[in-house]
Design a protein around this ligand. Structure first.
Ligand code: OGA
Ligand code: NI
Length: 357
């Protein structure tokens, strides 16, 4: 397929989605001009005057995790910023580097190899190759591809069918990441008067772990496109590992500006998702964020979305409302919330309206 042909919108979707080339396939053609379908309207482009270069999200040191001050900083950051980075969390640097490398390796495979993991071909529903965010629903496509995994646990046999170039690295990373996720949730929930995460609470706050290897190919016009448009996550929390390219921007909690999340070697970015914002009745903030891609380097990031189980029902916690506070949200089934999120393009904080009273 030629460059001229992929510019036709219908052929473009076929090339990207059905044939499994993804944005990687497009980027590889050495385009000098981005197809119209990826061009963001003016109001969705990040204007550099909106970047607050003197602001930064908190960095929290996990080396003395048992010090109550650490728990306090986590809850403060969740309330005031919705985003923070953690360092000295104990995951060996090689484990982090290997999973980033695995993200590159998978997307360096030929399209024939990558295509084996399209939804309709994949040997297991727990791994799927995807492109953009919701390519059949959104008006403008996002400049990214990703390999989506549902992580059950270490001995889930379906992971044997994951791609050989990345499977072990993803599983190793998840083994280290999971206890940190549990610690973060314990601290965040304790502050909401949930003393212990029992089985039913567990299915609400961490019933499903999704881990993605996201690949943002280099792009001839990063200023016209979005790697990820403005959105808030629909997780309870998200733990994101990013490489050293940069490009993640977070909404300034005090205004309209955007704050860059600088790559910090060995750090993990944590953010609150809509589920915890709703459960905490707005005490914790699920903050808007976006990704700008790079003109000369492919970027890899590895988010873990810590989500409720599909059939879990969530809403403001009774422990939060016990002082007479009015609930701001109704109770909803997570799969309904999740499906609503994917039924449209990324639209900032709009998803949470689905649960508003
Ligand atoms: C996401 C996201 C940020 C990044 O996938 O929801 O916000 O830096 N990713 O890749
Ligand atoms: Ni996100």
């Amino acid at each position: 397929m030629s460059i001229a042909e992929v510019s036709e919108a219908s052929d473009l979707i076929d090339f990207l989605v059905n044939k499994g080339n993804g944005v990687k396939g497009l980027s590889q053609m050495g385009l000098e001009i981005v197809p119209q379908k990826f061009i963001q309207p003016h109001e969705e482009r990040l204007d550099f005057t909106q970047i607050l270069s003197s602001e930064s999200i908190p960095i929290i040191d996990f080396s003395n995790f048992d010090d109550p001050k650490v728990a306090e900083s986590i809850c403060d950051a969740a309330e005031n910023w919705g985003f923070f980075q953690i360092v000295n969390h104990g995951i060996p640097i090689e484990v982090l580097e290997n999973v980033i490398e695995a993200g590159h390796k998978f997307f360096e495979l030929s399209v024939e190899e990558r295509r084996k993991y399209l939804k309709e071909n994949s040997p297991t529903p727990t791994v799927q190759l995807k492109t953009s965010f919701s390519p059949l629903a959104e008006k403008v496509l996002e400049w990214k591809d990703y390999l989506f995994h549902i992580y059950d646990c270490d001995d889930d046999e379906s992971s044997n069918l994951w791609p050989a170039v990345s499977k072990d690295q993803v599983l190793e990373y998840m083994k280290w990441a999971k206890p940190i996720i549990v610690k973060l949730l314990e601290v965040l929930l304790e502050k909401l008067n949930v003393k212990k995460i029992d089985e039913s609470m567990k299915s609400v706050v961490m019933g499903t772990l999704i881990v993605n290897l996201i690949h943002y190919p280099m792009c001839p016009s990063p200023e016209l496109t979005a790697g990820a448009g403005r959105h808030a996550d629909v997780s309870s929390i998200t733990m994101l590992l990013q490489d050293d390219v940069g490009g993640l921007y977070v909404r300034d909690p005090k205004g309209d500006g955007w704050i860059h999340v600088p790559p910090v070697k060995g750090a993990l970015v944590i953010n609150i998702g809509d589920v915890l914002q709703i459960m905490s009745n707005d005490r914790y903030k699920s903050v808007e964020h976006r990704v700008i891609v790079n003109a000369s380097r492919n970027r890899v990031s590895v988010p873990i979305f810590v989500n409720p189980a599909p059939d879990a029902v969530f809403g403001p916690l009774t422990q939060v409302l016990q002082n007479g506070e009015k609930p701001l949200y109704k109770h909803v089934v997570y799969s309904d919330y999740f499906n609503y999120f994917f039924s449209k393009g990324h639209e900032g904080k709009q998803t949470i309206e689905f649960a508003k009273l």
